[in-house]
Design a protein around this ligand. Structure first.
Ligand code: ARG
Length: 289
């Protein structure tokens, strides 16, 4: 009898596992086929209508537009074009491609402080997404939804060319290490250079200028930003060390708008397979990352 029960139990387990596996596969393909189905059902409608039907019922601050916010002092991810005053960069191209994949127009709002982005998205009503080279962290995920990752990143320690400072020498109260307020770079300095004086600034460009002029001994920021800036505008700065934090950037969306997160993730997945993501990486970094 005992044996019978355990056989039965085993059988049930096997069935359950099979069901789970089937459900897993079915889930993926059925949502795929739903997407294709609704797209083909709507084949007679305009492209825009077809996309709206596929992406479900998310809300937008302004109809037909993907309204975006960022801190526009973080090249090559986002900055303001000197001549046109328009936002440019990796994330701007991402936002345009996302909007295009969703049948929307892109609408960029003026730059705001990095540490105000998550609160703005959380409050709602101003912007649909924050796209800002923003690392996916569990603290941020408590406040807002973060999309699937779209690029990997790390931190870096930057000093002036000729400076003898090291990670060890900087870990001293007399040393000023500049960071951008509210970033993972700031968090890293507070946790790892506990004796140094961390100086939180509005943006990383002022941190770089400050290291250049000697106001700060070093700065910590995202490695791709440091490399790009040193190559293009700050030849007198150097990367002393890259810091392998293993970060990933995602897009912040209000928790009240889960259908928008789903639609953004769907568009990101499409952009990964249709080559859009590769094109943007090559455009800004010269090669696929
Ligand atoms: N990746 C870092 C973070 O999430 C820095 C992002 C800064 N982005 C910007 N647009 N200023 O904290």
């Amino acid at each position: 009898m005992k044996k019978k029960v355990s056989f039965a139990a085993l059988f049930v387990c096997v069935l359950a596992v099979c069901a789970l596996v089937l459900a897993g596969c079915g889930g993926g393909s059925s949502s795929d086929s739903t997407a294709t189905d609704s797209a083909s059902t709507d084949a007679t409608a305009t492209d825009q209508e077809a996309t709206a039907a596929t992406t479900g019922d998310y809300t937008l601050v302004e109809d037909g537009k993907l309204t975006c916010i960022s801190n526009l002092y973080f090249p090559p991810f986002e900055s303001m074009d000197d001549k046109s005053g328009e936002p440019v960069g990796y994330d701007i191209d991402m936002s345009k491609a996302l909007a295009e994949h969703m049948g929307l127009e892109v609408n960029w709002l003026p730059s705001q402080a990095f540490d105000s982005l998550v609160p703005t998205i959380k409050t709602g009503g101003t912007a649909d997404i924050a796209i800002a080279g923003m690392t996916i962290t569990s603290a941020r995920q408590e406040e807002v939804d973060m999309s699937d990752p779209y690029i990997d990143s790390n931190q870096s320690l930057v000093t002036k060319v000729g400076s003898k400072e090291t990670m060890e020498s900087l870990d001293d109260a007399s040393k000023k290490v500049a960071v951008q307020a509210g970033t993972t770079g700031e968090e890293w300095v507070l946790e790892n250079l506990t004796n140094a004086t961390a100086v939180p600034l509005d943006d990383i460009i002022s941190a770089m200028t400050g290291v250049q002029t000697g106001s700060y001994d070093a700065l910590v920021t995202d490695l791709p930003v440091a490399s790009y800036q040193i190559k293009n505008s700050f030849a007198d700065l150097q990367i002393v060390e890259s810091i392998p934090t293993g970060e990933q950037y995602g897009i912040a969306i209000s928790k009240d708008n889960p259908a928008l997160t789903a639609a953004i993730n769907e568009a990101l997945a499409e952009m990964k397979t249709d080559g859009t993501m590769d094109d943007i990486q090559v455009k800004w970094f010269g090669s696929k990352l």
